[in-house]
Design a protein. Structure first.
Length: 332
């Protein structure tokens, strides 16, 4: 049976469960270069000046009993400081590493830098393969560990991505972002995808761990139908949210309050999700590098968000997990 495309919603029969039925959570970090989110993408206008902030975040995670998963792209994979900070935690199992492909800054540079080409899955198969291979090899060479998890930058998986991951020996993907549609920019449409982990192939060689997004509110069970139809009326989305009727909640500290995140956690667990996948961008660890953290006070709030959310997860009996734990504990 061939590998299914990551662009196709999976059959219910492919959903994966943990043998012990204990709900788990993963903390993933899109560990990437800084760039101006309000300007067109380019190969040159970026930096890695925030990388030193990873040290404090790693220490925070260790105090919280969390194993962060750093999804590293090309500029970070080739950062000497990133290696110095992360190599010891990775070797000791206090952190894990994965691949995040930003094609516009990842060689070979054989394509134009365009909105469409920023989604790696839109590239010709051989170019996507070449970029992925160079990045995977650089991570293993520079950090001393073969990465086992992948996330396409901008969630830009494509028709060939699953098979290319299998070729690279990457056993886990986390590119799918349910309830989000990037097709207007040339990217994937993940509406209708489950938040449950699922096997991409019948041989159980590639496991998808979708990022967790839920609907909250009185109309949440109709959210998949209603929410996309409001894209021309974004103000209506805000009105429905304020009225407690319908709100989309991704599990991230970027643009989502603690209270909203807790509602999202409750909805996902009540819907039987066995795994909650959290994410945020590493440049948010330095004020001014993302729209979400502009001041030191914003950064303090980001750390407080994690403290409060992690405390709530413990209260709900959710186990902090890792890619290694997931692979050992999942039913096959």
């Amino acid at each position: 049976m061939p590998m299914r495309s990551l662009l196709d919603p999976p059959p219910v029969s492919s959903h994966a469960r943990f043998r012990d039925r204990i709900p788990r959570c993963l903390l993933t970090v899109d560990t990437e270069e800084e760039f101006d989110w309000n300007k067109p993408l380019s190969r040159d206008t970026h930096g890695v000046d925030h990388v030193g902030r990873l040290s404090k975040f790693q220490e925070f995670c260790e105090r919280q009993g969390i194993v962060p998963i750093y999804l590293v792209d090309w500029p970070i994979a080739n950062s000497k400081l990133a290696r110095e900070i992360l190599c010891a935690p990775l070797a000791d199992g206090r952190a894990e590493i994965g691949v995040q492909l930003h094609p516009w800054v990842n060689p070979p540079y054989d394509e134009d830098v365009t909105q469409t080409n920023s989604f790696a899955g839109n590239l010709p198969r051989e170019l996507e393969r070449a970029k992925l291979t160079k990045l995977r090899d650089a991570i293993e060479d520079n950090f001393g560990i073969a990465p086992l998890i992948y996330r396409a930058g901008r969630y830009g998986a494509g028709a060939n991505t699953a098979e290319l991951l299998a070729e690279q020996g990457i056993a886990v993907d986390s590119s799918v972002r349910p309830k989000f549609d990037y097709s207007s920019a040339g990217g994937p449409d993940y509406r209708g995808f489950p938040i449950h982990p699922y096997w991409v192939d019948d041989e159980h060689t590639l496991l998808e761990l979708p990022l967790t997004s839920t609907f909250w509110g009185m109309l949440r069970h109709q959210g998949d139908f209603i929410y996309p139809r409001l894209w021309r009326m974004p103000s209506m989305r805000g009105v429905l949210s304020k009225l407690g009727m319908l709100e989309r909640v991704p599990l991230t500290p970027e643009g989502v309050s603690v209270e909203e995140a807790i509602r999202g956690i409750d909805m996902a667990l009540d819907d039987g999700a066995p795994l909650l996948v959290f994410s945020f961008h590493s440049p948010s660890l330095r004020p001014g590098d993302t729209p979400y953290v502009r001041t030191e006070n914003d950064l303090d709030n980001l750390y407080d968000w994690w403290r409060r959310v992690l405390a709530y997860l413990r209260q709900r009996g959710v186990k902090s997990s890792s890619v290694k734990d997931v692979m050992l504990s999942i039913e096959r």
